[in-house]
Design a binder for this molecule. Sequence first.
Ligand code: SF4
Length: 224
Amino acid sequence: MNMGTKLQKIVEILSKKYEINEWWGRYTPFETLVSIILSQRTYWKNVKTATERFAERFNGVGDVAKASVKEIEEVIRPAGLYKVRARRIKNIARDLIEKYDGKLDEILNLPYDEAKKKLITIKGIGPKTADVFLMATKGEQVLPVDVHIFRIMKRLRIACERDDYESLRAKLESEIPPVQRTKTHLILIEFGRRICRARNPKCEECPIKRYCEVRKNDLAMPNI
Ligand code: SF4
């Protein structure tokens, strides 16, 4: 009999449902960072197309820092929200050059806490983006909490109103062993995209509905 916690049981059920794809690996650290920025609320296919175009057109951080916002917009257009994102990417490139001479590799050589501290000094990189980046480029065993994971955890009443990014991450990491964290992050996002959507979640076909407090008690659905 499985005596795991509610979170562990949920992850076990969802792991059997979804194939996950570690999409990083073939890009440089800076291209991976751009890809993470483009992936927020975007279909993978469009992220892939935009990242490939970006990797083909630009040659490193310095090149992007010098490019015009218009040029970046054109390249990343397939991912959508390209005006806001192009400005963000350009600012990150400029900040990286000014603060760290564009040397992302040197940041990556630091221990997790120090690397994260440096990354979040860059305007446009928050704790979640920093964690996903360190997970993707260094294999750091963290469990970044994105908007899907936050919503799912609220609906399951694993997250409470007081939780912020770091407290929820710590809560999830205390239950999920380090080697399973990347997979868990990806699986939960897949579940959030397909079933436990912000609007109109597919509760009827949800494989974990018996664990869902919102559903069981007919409570207001947090749409975040
Ligand atoms: S029952 Fe509905 S709200 Fe609850 S976890 Fe499943 S999809 Fe999300």
